[in-house]
Ligand binder design. Structure first.
Ligand code: AKB
Length: 361
């Protein structure tokens, strides 16, 4: 199947490409960034500004996808720093993707929402259908994105579905989220032997290991339409306190030191999110089940992080690279200012590695 991913160079997109290629799909990645090195062979890339309708339309016209995974977004911490840029990327970007889908015959759009779409003061575990009154720009744009997608579904019959992600943990550098303290407990714990998290030790938010998150999107995409009563679903896996994560890592990293130096702005965001999500609707309607708890994630992720070169090098993908993709792919640099599609070509056989860098996903 032809699939297009927006924000494909981000933390989620990097691993989603590998998974979808492994399942035999023809994938086009789009992102503000140029094609990353090490794309699996055959993956096309269109450097695209999701806020510019023409660029989104050009990319969709060229790729002719049946399904779009819309990941491009500015996350919570960056969103508070540049709120009106977050508004443009998250709102105009989502509208452009939905409009391109409607007018160019895309069958399905998979939307990535978040625990940040809920606001403070809700009882844990937070249910699927509660009132959503977020207090961040990121959160409010995600609620609006959910509603806009549902509008396209009702008015124009677009098959719009999505998941509300917990904080996602993987061996790819995260990009501007507030749940990033968890990723850095792994990265800096291994690389530097120490890390001061920007939150209190009792901070508790829903978290998920990337392979579960990717599988959730793909399973939701493939779920029979007739079985779904909702379009947007809470998904959940684990909710450890920050100091429990530190203790779990300390068992495996002798001599590591974790401290907690709360950043008031980021702590405020974390305190406004649910501690636990109720994912009963996803379980009942499409059979969602997480596979990773804190211990299992930590064993797997530490092995990946240890295999990474120091800082700024290549990360191991959270999903196994497909056999065909075990080659370094060289992508041509884009040339024109509008959407540019470049097919990655296989080169000399070498292990595939997802790149690390600051990402938007
Ligand atoms: C963030 O921290 O902004 C994201 C999220 C929880 O959606 N990782």
């Amino acid at each position: 199947m032809r699939i297009l991913i927006t924000g494909a160079g981000g933390q989620v997109g990097t691993d989603l490409i590998t998974l979808l290629v492994g399942r035999g799909h023809q994938v086009t990645g789009t992102d503000l960034a140029k094609a990353p090195a090490g794309l699996p062979p055959g993956v096309a890339w269109a450097q695209t500004d999701v806020t510019v309708a023409e660029e989104v339309f050009d990319a969709v016209k060229a790729a002719k996808p049946e399904v779009v995974y819309h990941l491009a977004a500015i996350l919570s911490a960056t969103g508070e720093r540049i709120p009106f840029r977050a508004w443009r990327v998250n709102m105009d970007g989502t509208r452009n993707v939905l409009e391109a889908a409607r007018l160019l015959g895309v069958r399905q759009v998979i939307f990535t929402s978040t625990i940040a779409a809920f606001g403070p003061g809700l009882d844990d575990p937070v249910g699927n259908d509660v009132s959503m009154r977020p207090s961040t720009m990121y959160g409010l744009t995600k609620v609006a994105g959910e509603l806009l997608g549902e509008y396209y579904a009702t008015k124009w019959g677009l098959d719009f579905r999505g998941v509300r992600f917990p904080g996602l943990i993987s061996a790819v550098e995260p990009g501007g989220g507030t749940s990033d303290y968890v990723n850095y407990m792994y990265f800096h714990g291994v690389r530097k032997g120490a890390y001061d998290a920007f939150c209190r030790p009792d901070t508790t938010i829903p978290l998920m290991y990337m392979p579960d998150a990717l599988r959730a999107m793909v399973e939701l995409s493939e779920a029979p339409k007739g079985k779904l009563e909702h379009r947007m679903f809470n998904i959940a896996a684990m909710s450890p306190r920050a100091d429990e994560i530190a203790a779990c890592l300390a068992k495996r990293l002798p001599g590591v030191r974790y401290g907690f130096k709360p950043d008031p702005m980021k702590q405020g965001i974390l305190d406004s999110w649910p501690k636990r999500l109720d994912d009963a609707a996803a379980r009942a309607e499409w059979g969602w089940r997480p596979e990773y708890d804190l211990e299992r994630m930590t064993d797997e992720l530490l092995a990946l992080v240890r295999a990474m070169p120091p800082e700024g090098g290549a990360a191991a993908p959270a999903v196994a690279a497909p056999a065909k993709a075990k080659a370094t792919a060289k992508a041509k640099a884009p040339t024109a200012p509008s959407a540019r599609v470049v097919a990655a070509k296989p080169a000399a056989a070498k292990a595939v590695a997802a790149p690390v860098g600051k990402r938007r996903g």
